[in-house]
Design a binder for this molecule. Structure first.
Ligand SMILES: *[C@@H]1O[C@H](CO)[C@@H](O)[C@H](O)[C@H]1NC(C)=O
Ligand SMILES: *[C@@H]1O[C@H](CO)[C@@H](O)[C@H](O)[C@H]1NC(C)=O
Ligand SMILES: *[C@@H]1O[C@H](CO)[C@@H](O)[C@H](O)[C@H]1NC(C)=O
Ligand SMILES: [Zn+2]
Length: 459
């Protein structure tokens, strides 16, 4: 900001304070705050407008099981229009709009940058929140309470606010920048990003790098992930001869299942021990957790107590890191957890590959071999952000659809000094943290969109 503008700003700021009969102390405080914080890159009026837009987005009820995607789509499209971005709404599945915004770059032969975000949120137990989850209430600390304030309506709008500011400042991208606002990430993303990546539209976008959501960080270092563990939902089933409850005999379904459970528990313990002893991080091991056990013959009061059942089942949530030996895990399932020799069968309710479609472990390089990574580190530093050691996420997100196609994905949300409240009660994000994040994205988008060197073959 030019010095005379600064003075004008201070003058109007103080004048408006005087008009509102604020105490002089308050004026000085606001002056200091102005010098200190984000207000030094945004006027107070802009700040108010930015926060109000964020609140409006948070107030749209896109919670499962009935997300109102027409409202979120209309909202995003109206912002895109105001900023001057091209837009297209794709409906691969009826009622599940994927909104694509485009900021064309000067060199169309270069691969593009995709800023991905999901519009849906998980449901909330309203009565357990201090402020209602769709209120976007701002408390005296500037904490904005809402479902989606961290996961991840913040990021979606920060992309847009950053682009708006870059445009105002006359920046022109060399590479095309796309934004995707997708539905259904919280329920697997099949009809959102899953459908998008398999479409002709996506091919035409010629995406070279993707930014997608991360998680908040309780300390000052932004967390960033370069991969995630793949989800395997396994159900194993044992059969055996039924029999009277009073009789001892071998090879009942319960016994067959029980042998598998012992084997699963000992494998689980071996992995957990590596974490407990500090040899491995939690995201470096395979986690296996039993989620259901099913057996017994139901009766009006519970279960029939004198029949040994002929079938027994167990379900497991397994998460496999990209570096893990998934072939040997598959063999273990076949030979130890559900061996046919023990009359057992297994089935995956869901299973994502740990490798991309070319057979390489599906993670993004975080060294000099990946120019996007180097540029990302630089850009965050330039915006005075600190990065934590890159990690593998424990859970899954839409990023897997991109990584399956061997696209680099940097999974990152610029949220520091904030408790991790994704899917928890009282999810919030501080106003200043939100504004700071816009600055960070300004830096990243500018750096990425200016990158003029070929990345892919043919560029
Ligand atoms: C401004 O920053 C200084 C030093 O970082 C801090 O002591 C002060 O409390 C801040 N003032 C406001 C109004 O935020
Ligand atoms: C979404 O909200 C609008 C406005 O409240 C309402 O008219 C519409 O019926 C809602 N759509 C769905 C699918 O709930
Ligand atoms: C498997 O089923 C067959 C046929 O019912 C039976 O003869 C055999 O003993 C069973 N084996 C085990 C380990 O349950
Ligand atoms: Zn999310």
């Amino acid at each position: 900001m030019a010095p005379y503008l600064l003075i004008f700003f201070l003058f109007t700021n103080i004048a408006s304070s005087l008009l509102s009969e604020e105490e002089p102390v308050a004026i000085v405080f606001r002056f200091q705050q102005y010098l200190n914080t984000t207000s030094s890159f945004l006027s107070e009026k802009e700040t108010v407008a930015i926060i109000s837009r964020f609140q409006q987005y948070l107030q749209i009820d896109t919670a499962h099981p009935n997300p109102n995607y027409s409202l979120s789509t209309a909202f995003i499209l109206s912002l895109a229009q105001a900023i001057g971005l091209e837009s297209e709404t794709l409906e691969f599945v009826e009622g599940k709009p994927v909104v694509i915004l485009k900021w064309p770059g000067k060199k169309t032969h270069l691969s593009s940058i995709l800023l991905s975000s999901h519009t849906d949120i998980v449901p909330s137990e309203n009565q357990k929140w201090v402020h209602p989850p769709l209120s976007a209430h701002i408390d005296h600390n500037g904490d904005i309470y809402a479902r989606g304030s961290q996961d991840m309506k913040c990021v979606g709008l920060q992309y847009l606010e950053a682009i708006k500011r870059l445009k105002i400042n006359g920046f022109e991208p060399v590479r095309t920048v796309y934004l995707s606002f997708v539905p259904d990430e919280e329920i697997g993303g099949k009809d959102g990003t899953g459908a998008l990546v398999n479409s002709k539209n996506f091919e035409e976008m010629n995406v070279g790098v993707v930014l997608d959501e991360g998680v908040a960080s309780p300390d000052e270092n932004y967390r960033v992930s370069y991969g995630e563990r793949s989800l395997w939902w396994l159900v194993i089933k044992a059969v055996g001869s039924p029999g009277h409850g009073s009789k001892l005999y071998d090879k009942s379904a319960m016994e067959n299942l029980q042998k598998s459970l012992e084997s699963v528990w000992s494998f689980r313990a071996s992995q957990f021990d590596l974490v407990k002893s500090g040899l491995k991080k939690e995201w470096e091991v395979i986690s296996v957790n039993p989620v259901f056990l099913k057996a017994g013959m139901p009766s009006p009061t519970g279960f029939v107590m004198n029949v040994q059942p002929s079938e027994a089942e167990a379900g497991f949530d397994i998460r496999v890191p990209p570096h893990a030996d998934s072939t040997s895990l598959e063999r273990r399932i076949e030979e130890e957890w559900a061996p046919a020799s023990r009359n057992m069968t297994f089935q995956f309710k869901d299973k994502f590959p740990t490798v991309d479609k070319f057979g390489n472990p599906a993670f993004t390089a975080t060294d000099a071999s990946n120019s996007w990574w180097t540029l990302f580190e630089e850009a965050v530093k330039k915006a005075h952000g600190n990065l934590a050691e890159p990690e593998i996420f424990l859970g899954g997100s839409d990023a897997r659809y991109f990584r399956e196609r061997n696209l680099p994905v940097i999974a990152f949300s610029p949220i520091s000094n904030t408790p991790i409240l994704h899917h928890h009660h009282n999810e919030f994000l501080n106003k200043e943290e939100y504004l700071k994040g816009i600055k960070v994205y300004e830096s990243i988008i500018k750096t990425f969109a200016s990158f003029d060197e070929p990345i892919k073959e043919g560029e």
